[in-house]
Write a protein that binds this ligand. Structure first.
Ligand SMILES: [Mg+2]
Length: 147
């Protein structure tokens, strides 16, 4: 069940991998990250937090080995759209071809919109309380991490 259908996955951080507004991992996500990393799935983080903060959080959680790139906001990079492009570039994926086989997983309408705008599969997650109907543009809606 933990088999990943994509070769590349870009994850939102707050409300997706972490409980909303908290540095605590969502139950079940670490097993997914470990399994997909082991399977060779390229993974990155794309967050609206600053890149420096995001990298510190990922490092403190001991997650650095799972992500080839952690992209956040900073000079010249504002908004989830731009952060997603940065995350893909950090994996060596240049759009539009870089979107092939890639998914973006997030809990906000902006995550879904960015994924769709750039041609990635959009996965909306509701486990932090986002109603599914505001993630209506998503290709998939997940109510819990895959297990
Ligand atoms: Mg989020």
């Amino acid at each position: 069940m933990l088999t990943c259908p994509w070769s590349c996955v870009v994850w939102d951080l707050d409300g997706t991998l972490l409980e909303r507004g908290s540095p605590t991992p969502v139950d079940g996500v670490e097993a997914v990250l470990a399994a997909w990393s082991e399977a060779g799935v390229e993974m990155a983080v794309a967050t609206s937090a600053s890149t420096a903060l995001a990298r510190r959080v990922v490092d403190e959680l001991g997650w650095s080995a799972w992500f080839s790139h952690v992209a956040g906001t900073g000079p010249g990079v504002v908004g989830k759209d731009e952060v997603l492009v940065e995350a893909l570039l950090g994996l060596g994926r240049v759009l539009p071809d870089g979107a092939v086989g890639a998914a973006m997983i997030g809990d906000a309408p902006a995550d879904v919109a960015a994924a769709r705008r750039h041609g990635l599969t959009a996965v909306g997650v509701t486990w932090s309380g986002t109603p599914a109907d505001v993630l209506g543009g998503a290709d998939l809606i997940w109510s819990s991490p895959p297990s």
